[in-house]
Design a protein around this ligand. Sequence first.
Ligand SMILES: Nc1nc2c(ncn2[C@@H]2O[C@H](COP(=O)(O)OP(=O)(O)OP(=O)(O)O)[C@@H](O)[C@H]2O)c(=O)[nH]1
Ligand SMILES: [Mg+2]
Length: 207
Amino acid sequence: MSNKKTKSKQKAYKVLLVGDTSVGKTSIILQYTKHIHPNIYLSTIGLDFASKEQKLENGEEITLRIYDTAGQEKFNSIVKNLFKSCQGLILVYDITSIQSFHNINNWLNYVKDNSNKEVKLLLVGNKSDLEDKREVEIIDANNLAKKFDIELIEISAKDNIGVDDVFIKIAKMLYYDINDTEVNDSVNLTQDEIIRNNPSSSCCNIF
Ligand SMILES: Nc1nc2c(ncn2[C@@H]2O[C@H](COP(=O)(O)OP(=O)(O)OP(=O)(O)O)[C@@H](O)[C@H]2O)c(=O)[nH]1
Ligand SMILES: [Mg+2]
């Protein structure tokens, strides 16, 4: 079988990271896709996009199309569109910011009303390397996760602890529960559309 043919059969899934500004969404994606952690903070403007092939335990590879939203511009029209079409949603808070954790409730309420019913959710507490600054107790995060029946993972994008686990977990959930997506028809919102919708978007600049 040629490479081309194998590729055309590969499953692809759209995954969106949301959460307050500065919780580390971009850092998580950069660590997963490029194994880097920049020392400077550049707040995302509009939307960014990355893609990575993730191998599963059965040896099969799937493509994760990862969308990085701007925490400062919650619920804008691009995010609303992506909510409807994404299959995986990673809700990120910062363990050193109780406010970012409280806002997860808003995101979860928004998910209930606006996302596709099959969407797979994961709750991620980032910056676990900053234990001495912790404001969000793990027991509270676990209770929230249980209440909404979602899995919780604490990670550090800076130290690359647990980052791969996040994407491996979501990849497994998508692959085993949503089985009808092919690489070329899974992404309804194209890069052109994103840029047309939001000319100031920094889409694709950093990945
Ligand atoms: N100590 C520590 N700092 C982190 C970690 N992850 C991200 N940061 C820092 O937190 C700041 C914000 O990170 P970003 O990844 O840009 O946050 P974001 O959620 O993409 O922010 P917006 O684009 O504004 O929504 C940066 O200074 C990062 O270096 C982490 O795991 N540990
Ligand atoms: Mg960002």
